[in-house]
Design a protein around this ligand. Structure first.
Ligand code: BGP
Length: 465
């Protein structure tokens, strides 16, 4: 078979996952916001399934990592749970069992020739720090997060050379403070804006700490993972274009600009100031953000955003929300993933890549998540026990073709991580939609490679398809 789409040398063919979605709560001494939410409101989770067992990675990491290697993956991103590693948040005293666990996991990756990419925060804020200080609203919590990060660099930086400060910080803002899908499910636009700023500051502070670490001095790199949802206007009418531009400013550039260029988007700052909701900042903090941009970027891409001008006039008595400036627009006849309710639009891969090439210093970056969640995949299991997830293979190939074209056109992309290697726990959707190259049976914990797992193995081997 000839290879039509051949990717650059040393391309990362891997997958992403996270601690809270795979490990299970075994031996964990603290609860994060999702653990806590499940403890108090089980029925907020699909079929009442929580994070207690997840995909049992805490107990089966050896077998799991071996399977990841078996399907040819050369790199994996997962996360170190703050609520597992740290015993005392104020002093960052560590839990020795947790240190041993993460050491073993990292060593196992390396033994299997898999590059470990370690993320420090994947929606798993310790609930105690929310209760006591207001979580990301509090600048003290940012400093505690830096202490945790420093511990990670000191403990694991001799072997882990690729670090991530945050996974999808914008989703924290949306989930916790705007649209109610992360505990504590607050709706408060002004707080959301402050948290957006605080998360940028936290990320920059962690980058600053990293630069002082031995790991950085030995060539290690640190980045951030952003969910970029390119925003397309309904039409070329001025109002639609303005609405889409606000969506781009608020949901994409609010992190992309500071993490890569060290500065907030002027038009966003202007709008928030005019509305009286601009974040509180100090000159010293802004200098930290300015001087601590990331070494590389991870981009999660699942779906685009489409915007149209606001139909109704924003009710002035209502508190501020970004929704004041746009309505979501549903393109007629758009392609949908019916299970997750997300539009499928592979062309956006190209647009993201070209935007980074042209407007973000052509920083080196990789696709850190892309994937298709499907419900009821067991019905695609054939007589030989193989789940024939051809829709997933098609989905990936379509996206990869656009990525390939962008690389031909000069995009500085070094890898593609699928979400995910092994079916894992998807927050409040629990195990409704499966994303993995490898299926997990929740009752027996038996794991089997899907057809897409064999597909990626070949792609990784040929460095293309
Ligand atoms: C991303 C998250 C992942 C993962 C994925 C799939 O936003 O970084 O943690 O869960 O989306 O989405 P979901 O699980 O909501 O279907």
């Amino acid at each position: 078979m000839s290879i039509k789409y051949k990717f650059p040398k040393n391309f990362w063919w891997g997958a992403a996952t996270s601690g809270p979605q795979t490990e299970g709560r075994f031996n964990k001494k603290h609860a994060n916001v999702f653990d806590h939410w499940f403890d108090i409101e089980k029925n907020a989770f699909f079929n009442g399934v929580g994070p207690n067992v997840a995909s049992n990675f805490y107990n089966s990491y050896k077998e799991d990592i071996k399977m990841m290697a078996d399907i040819g993956l050369n790199s994996i991103r997962t996360s170190i749970q703050w609520t597992r590693l740290i015993k005392d948040f104020e002093t960052a005293e560590v839990d020795t069992e947790a240190v041993a666990f993460y050491n073993q996991v990292i060593d196992e990756f390396l033994k299997n020739k898999i590059i470990p990419v370690m993320n420090l925060q994947h929606f798993d804020l310790p609930v105690e720090l929310y209760d006591k200080y207001g979580g990301w609203e509090s600048k003290h919590v940012l400093d505690l997060f830096v202490l945790f990060a420093e511990k990670c660099f000191a403990l694991f930086g001799d072997r882990v050379k690729h670090w991530i400060t945050f996974n999808e910080p914008m989703v924290i803002v949306e989930g916790q403070y705007l649209y109610k899908f992360h505990y504590p499910n607050i709706v408060d636009g002004k707080k959301a804006v402050q948290v957006l700023y605080n998360l940028n500051l936290a990320s920059a502070k962690v980058v600053a700490a990293f630069k002082q670490s031995k790991c950085a001095k030995q060539g290690g790199e640190i980045g951030v993972v952003l969910n970029l949802t390119p925003s397309y206007p309904r039409s070329q009418a001025e109002d639609d274009i303005k609405a889409a531009a606000f969506v781009e400013d608020f949901f994409n550039k609010s992190f992309l600009d500071p993490v890569v260029k060290g500065e907030f988007t002027p038009s966003l700052v202007q709008t928030l100031r005019k509305d009286g909701v601009l974040w509180e900042s100090t000159a010293e903090e802004l200098a930290i953000i300015k001087n601590n941009t990331v070494d590389f970027l991870g981009v999660n891409y699942y779906q685009p955003r489409r915007a149209k001008s606001k139909g109704a006039v924003w009710d002035k008595t209502k508190s501020w929300m970004p929704d004041k400036y746009f309505d979501d627009y549903e393109l007629p006849n758009r392609r949908m993933n019916p299970y997750r309710g997300w539009e499928i639009y592979p062309q956006a891969m190209y647009d993201i890549a070209i935007n980074i090439r042209d407007n973000y210093n052509n920083i080196h970056w990789y696709i850190s998540e892309n994937g298709m969640g499907v419900e009821g995949e067991e019905k695609y299991r054939n007589a030989d026990g193989l789940i024939e997830d051809v829709y997933r293979i098609d989905f990936y190939e379509e996206h990869l073709r656009y990525l390939y074209k962008a690389i031909q056109d000069g995009a500085n992309c070094f890898g593609f991580h699928a979400w995910t290697a092994i079916d894992c726990w998807s927050w409040s959707n629990a195990y409704k939609n499966r994303y993995g190259y490898i299926a997990v049976d929740l009752i027996t914990q038996i794991k089997t490679i899907k057809k897409s797992g064999y597909w990626i193995k070949n792609v990784a081997k040929e460095n293309g398809f």
